[in-house]
Design a protein around this ligand. Structure first.
Ligand code: NAP
Length: 462
């Protein structure tokens, strides 16, 4: 192909990729179209890779082939081995890889073309890329470690931490500015790189693992902005578009998550949520009442309306098919069945929607918090399946609770509540839950999948 033909082809594939990314993102904004959105985004990525393979600047294909094979093996193994419940830490690792790639491209570009010959704007974009890329790499690795439990999940804090972090920020920003105005000094650029790696660690260690999903989507946003900066450095349009989309969608997601927890981004980043646990949440008292499998099945079978409220325990138990079976058994008896979905139930946004979609639960049966809360007073049985924090009435009733003000699913307003959980385990916030001690509540202990399967069987036998 002639040089101009190759250029047209390249720009065409990048344009196609950008359109696919935008359509993919639109698809991802609704559960019903999310799968299609994902496929479109993947098609966009494929178009971008194919186009790049025709890039005139490629010197050798050997390293590209090696990277492709290694990346495919690692990605394939992660897809097969990593369970659905470990998806948040897997996502954090992906962010770390993406950000590290952006940082490496920036460092390579600095070694090859850095210095006074590089235009000021490109120097700025390059510094921005490396600063955000390095920070996101180590920040995401710490987030993955906290979520996996290999690093202590509670906030790691020390006296004067904010001052140390402030100084670190000043040093990083100072090196960044200096490397833009004084391009001759390579040492300053490398110092900024080292400060960037250190900043990622220092920013994330004081944050508790309960807040990691918000941190991750913020880091995702940084990785996207680093990629966009890479695009400016390399003059690559698809990187600019995809990075900007990634950067801003990550930011919007972080804001939405904070809103769903009634917390500010500042509180998440600097509040040390989870450092002192269990102290302000203790408005419990009385006893938890257990219910037998048979009694629970009878109560469900003779109800008019049942609302299932799934949480993280549904994901760990992989109970999505079992809840669908129970819902079918109830519906066959004429019971109205609905699902109440809290925006931050589980460990990532849309976690419950994804699981229930996998079990073919109709979208029409899923109700958002604002839609379902007014329905609880007319609900005969609210069945809480491995949810805890998102149904904790302390968030509404106890102004001293660390989760005070977080909107909850008000299951305690239902005529009766059955809570499915394995034992006395607390939620992600580590707080006591007064719901379990209320007269309206009965506890059905056991793994959610096993309990739901037995309940479905019992309901069929009634
Ligand atoms: P949760 O508060 O973490 O509670 C999960 C409950 O499930 C636990 O009490 C546990 O009790 C039970 N459980 C675990 N495995 C089980 C199994 N196999 N069978 C039955 N029960 C099981 O969950 P949540 O109510 O969904 O709340 C989500 C939390 O994550 C909130 O604090 C939220 O703020 C936070 N968060 C989420 C996001 C997001 O994007 N989704 C973002 C930021 C923060 P046992 O151990 O006794 O079984």
């Amino acid at each position: 192909m002639e040089a101009s033909g190759v250029n047209y082809f390249l720009e065409f594939t990048y344009l196609l990729a950008s359109v696919f990314f935008i359509l993919g993102l639109k698809g991802l904004s609704h559960p019903e179209t999310a799968r299609r959105g994902m496929f479109l985004a993947e098609a966009g990525m494929l178009a971008a890779i194919i186009g790049t393979l025709f890039h005139r600047g490629i010197i050798t294909y050997e390293w590209i082939a090696a990277g492709l094979i290694l990346g495919t093996i690692i990605g394939g193994l992660m897809a097969v081995w990593v369970p659905m419940t470990a998806m948040p830490q897997r996502t954090a690792l992906s962010h770390a890889f993406g950000a590290f790639a952006a940082a490496l491209v920036g460092i390579a570009e600095f070694i090859l073309h850095g210095g006074p010959g590089m235009p000021v704007f490109t120097r700025g974009a390059l510094g921005f890329e490396v600063m955000l890329g390095t920070l996101t790499t180590t920040g995401s690795l710490i987030a993955a470690g906290k979520l996996q439990g290999v690093i202590r999940g509670t906030p790691i804090q020390f006296k004067g931490q904010q001052v140390v972090n402030g100084l670190l920020f000043a040093c990083t920003a100072g090196c960044f500015l200096d490397s833009v105005v004084n391009p001759a000094s390579a040492m300053v650029f490398y110092a900024m790189t080292a400060f960037g790696f250190l900043s990622g660690v220092m920013i994330v260690i004081p944050i508790g693992s309960a807040d990691m999903p918000v941190v991750m989507s913020l880091l995702n946003s940084y990785a996207g902005l680093a990629a966009a900066a890479t695009g400016f450095v390399l003059g690559n349009n698809v990187l600019i578009i995809a990075g900007t989309l990634d950067g801003f969608s990550g930011l919007i997601l972080s804001i939405l998550m904070c809103k769903a927890m009634n917390r500010s981004i500042n509180n998440v980043l600097f509040g040390g949520f989870g450092a002192v646990q269990h102290e302000a949440g203790g408005t419990t008292g009385g006893e938890m009442r257990e219910i037998s499998m048979e009694d629970a099945a009878m109560r469900l079978a003779y109800a008019n309306k049942v609302v299932f409220v799934p949480g993280y325990g549904l994901a760990t138990a992989q109970a999505q098919h079992a809840v669908r079976d129970l819902a079918n058994a109830l519906e066959e008896r004429g019971v109205t069945v609905k699902y109440g979905i809290h925006p931050v139930a589980g460990r990532m946004p849309g976690h419950m929607n994804v699981l229930l979609a996998e079990a073919n639960v109709p979208y029409g049966d899923l109700y958002e918090m604002d839609q379902i809360n007014p329905e609880f007073p007319t609900t005969d049985v609210a069945v809480v399946i491995g949810a805890n924090d998102v149904v904790n009435p302390d968030a509404r009733d106890n102004p001293n609770s660390p989760i005070a003000g977080m909107p909850i699913l008000e299951v305690d307003k239902a005529k009766s509540v059955i809570v499915l959980k394995r034992g006395q385990g607390r939620g992600f916030s580590g707080l006591e839950n007064p719901l379990f001690y209320k007269p309206v509540t009965s506890m059905l202990y056991g793994d959610a999948k096993a309990s739901l399967s037995r309940l479905a069987q019992e309901v069929k036998n009634v």
